[in-house]
Design a binder for this molecule. Structure first.
Ligand code: GLA
Length: 348
């Protein structure tokens, strides 16, 4: 389906994946998920992600709504790294660091796409060839991401990447969820459970110190379910709120549970399973009421949450973090599943 053209005339398409229980809309610009419709406890379908009505909204600038972020998601300190003895310089687009792939990351390029539907369900595969030197990164990187809608309201995202020179790679999806619907105010009353009992503390520029610390006794502890709002005010600094990388653990071969979030009014639940070693929990603290999304809804601070399955931030500078270096001959893979459901219990 036609979704307009970029300023240089490149056509952008939308793919609609639906199995009746879940509908996911994906555009070839940024491999962005623009909409996810899932039932509430009464079976009523509703959108649960932030986004825009049209391509102009996405082209106008936004904080990675629904996008595939890369070549390296999250931050790289000072926008520089050394690999095999060679120094590389990246755009410092989030001073003093590089964020989410640089000035024109994978969220701002037009991907190729084809229908990849199969026995499991409707699917689209998007591919992009990131040329050697793009945004300062070495090697021609062939990236693929497949969105598959599975039975029982699941969205599966599979990533692959291969390169002809060693390069860091860290891909994620940056959907902003609000399980009550994007127009429904903050997510502070959503209940969250993160099995993870460790996180990677950061300095004042959001770069990990290298430590891996227990969440126990801190407002980051969601090993027992609690609302986002319960202790969010204890997180000091500007803009405050959750923006932390949790250690997921597991064998990284099969997706394991990394997060469960429930919204009490609609009963909607999302569970995230991933092969990734980490998940960035971000409560959209930088939204400030200046962006107007679908249907004219104004997006305010903490009106959404992101669960970004990923390798740890700034992994290129921390030998004790799982490596993000992809070498020629090897294939990077990443699988993340968002499983939606609704509780039946407390409806009146
Ligand atoms: C990630 C980061 C946040 C913020 C958003 C985009 O989630 O962790 O600090 O930069 O992206 O606004």
């Amino acid at each position: 389906m036609d979704f307009g053209k970029t300023p240089d005339g490149t056509p952008v398409d939308m793919y609609v994946l639906s199995n009746g229980r879940i509908t996911v809309k994906v555009i070839t610009y940024g491999a962005i998920i623009t909409e996810i419709d899932v039932p509430d406890r009464h079976g009523k379908l509703g959108d649960v992600v932030l986004g825009f009505d049209n391509l102009a909204g996405y082209l106008g600038g936004h904080p990675y709504f629904g996008a595939a972020t890369g070549r390296v998601a999250n931050r790289i300190a000072r926008g520089e790294f050394t690999l095999d003895g060679k120094d590389y310089k990246l755009a410092v687009n989030n001073p003093p660091n590089s964020l989410h792939g640089g000035l024109k990351g994978f969220d701002k390029v037009v991907w190729k796409a084809h229908d990849a539907s199969g026995p499991i369900g409707p699917a689209v595969r998007l591919t992009y060839l990131s040329p050697d030197g793009e945004e300062g990164y070495p090697g021609n990187l062939a990236v693929g991401v497949t969105y598959t809608v599975m039975p029982d309201a699941e969205l599966k995202i599979d990533y692959t990447a291969t390169t002809d020179k060693a390069t860091p790679v860290n891909l994620t999806n940056h959907s902003y969820f609000n399980l009550a619907g994007p127009a429904s105010g903050t997510i502070l009353d959503h209940e969250v459970m993160l099995p993870s009992d460790q996180y990677t503390p950061v300095d004042e520029t959001m770069i990990p110190t290298g430590e891996i610390r227990p969440v126990r006794g801190t407002p980051l502890d969601f090993t027992k379910p609690a609302t986002f709002g319960a202790r969010i005010d204890e997180i000091k600094g500007q803009p405050g709120g959750y923006d932390h990388n949790y250690v997921v653990g597991g064998d990284h071969k099969r997706p394991i549970l990394a997060a469960r979030v429930r919204e009490p009014a609609s009963g909607r639940v999302v569970e995230m399973f991933t092969t990734e070693p980490g998940v960035q929990l971000y409560t959209a603290n930088f939204l400030d009421g200046t962006l107007k999304g679908r249907g004219g809804v104004v997006y305010k601070k903490q009106q959404a949450f992101c669960l970004e399955a990923q390798h740890f931030p700034d992994a290129v500078h921390h030998a004790n973090f799982p490596s993000i270096i992809l070498r020629p001959g090897a294939t990077y893979t990443q699988t993340t599943i968002y499983r939606f459901s609704a509780d039946q219990a407390t409806s009146r």
